[in-house]
Design a protein around this ligand. Structure first.
Ligand SMILES: Cc1cc2nc3c(=O)[nH]c(=O)nc-3n(C[C@H](O)[C@H](O)[C@H](O)COP(=O)(O)OP(=O)(O)OC[C@H]3O[C@@H](n4cnc5c(N)ncnc54)[C@H](O)[C@@H]3O)c2cc1C
Length: 283
């Protein structure tokens, strides 16, 4: 599909690191940390997967050199997971070696349910050697998260909790928002009580308000967790949270392969379609 980038610019910080970097800098100046995501998924060609790993390695070097306060988020299907698990593992190890050398952190995003088990397996495998440099994502809507979260909490993993962005059938995932919110709250409680520093990723006021009340009522300091949101959404809210002493991080996607990410943002909330249309008439 050949869509013009102007459509995506509300949610995507640019098509190159150079375009995204000033936006990261602005966020950092507002006490908001960043995780940079070089967009793309489902690479089936080895030369493209190798190039992606090189690009990720360049990215952590650029972050290091420009002293931006940013980690990176990656997708295993961009590193050859569809080609083979062992090839993807080698690529992940190559990236994590560099991350460790530069004292950087790599978050493995969670993709559709076909990849959940293999993503968790690979994470557990590399966590043994790279515990401070690698984290994972858990999706509250999946039925299996009930078990996965206990396993990850016992390991002491660094977990980002989100609702889940992929369309999944009823046998695999909760379908109704009240059920997904209940699950999100249940898992946030577990992460707050049993892991050192959970990352709570949502734009949902009901969940953010619950989080604030719960942590206050249970004497859980603001320093013990982080609130994460996506670039282009709720920027004022994030600034306010940061000013009020909450640890905040914005997920900043960039790159030329922005179409699938952009489509997920449009699908999950009809207001996002208005956002996009309004940008067309703004500048
Ligand atoms: C940092 C981050 C990383 C993520 N990583 C992953 C990942 O690795 N894998 C994955 O599957 N998914 C990921 N997601 C996406 C996530 O799973 C959800 O699809 C997405 O966040 C939408 O759910 P929500 O809870 O934010 O709000 P929604 O369920 O979209 O909305 C719930 C309510 O929140 C409020 N709200 C939402 N957006 C806005 C807004 N812009 N302005 C005002 N109010 C709003 C509204 O009241 C709305 O009714 C990530 C999300 C974030 C924030």
């Amino acid at each position: 599909m050949n869509l013009p980038f102007v459509l995506a610019k509300r949610f995507v910080a640019g098509e190159s690191f150079e375009e995204a970097a000033p936006k990261v800098n602005d966020l950092n100046n507002n006490k908001i940390k960043v995780t940079l995501d070089l967009l793309g998924e489902n690479v089936t060609d080895k030369s493209m997967a190798d190039e992606t790993v090189d690009n990720y390695i360049n990215l952590i070097n650029s972050i290091h050199d420009s002293k931006l306060d940013s980690t990176i988020s990656i997708k295993l299907t961009m590193m050859g997971l569809d080609i083979s698990e062992s090839y993807c593992r080698d690529n992940l190890l190559r990236l994590l070696d560099e991350a460790k050398k530069l004292d950087q952190f790599v978050r493995i995003d969670m993709e559709g349910s076909d990849y959940t088990q293999v993503t968790i397996d690979l994470f557990k495998d590399v966590f043994k050697s790279f515990d401070k440099h690698v984290g994972i994502v858990i999706q509250a809507y999946l039925h299996r998260t009930e078990n996965d979260i206990n396993e990850l909490e016992e390991l002491g993993a660094d977990v980002r909790l989100c609702k889940g962005a992929y369309k999944e059938p009823e046998r695999i995932a909760l379908q109704n928002m009240p059920d997904i919110r209940d699950a999100f709250i249940k898992y946030t409680r577990i992460l707050l009580n049993k892991t050192p520093y959970p990352r709570i990723a949502t734009h949902d006021d009901e969940l953010i308000n619950w989080l604030m009340e719960y942590t206050q009522d249970n004497d859980i300091s603001q320093a013990r967790y982080e609130i994460q949101m996506l670039y282009g959404l709720r920027e004022e809210t994030m600034k306010r949270l940061a000013q009020n002493g909450y640890n905040t991080r914005v997920y900043v996607p960039y790159g030329t392969m922005w179409v699938p990410y952009f489509k997920r943002r449009l699908m999950e909330r009809k207001e996002n379609i208005w956002f996009v249309l309004s940008t067309l008439f703004k500048d």
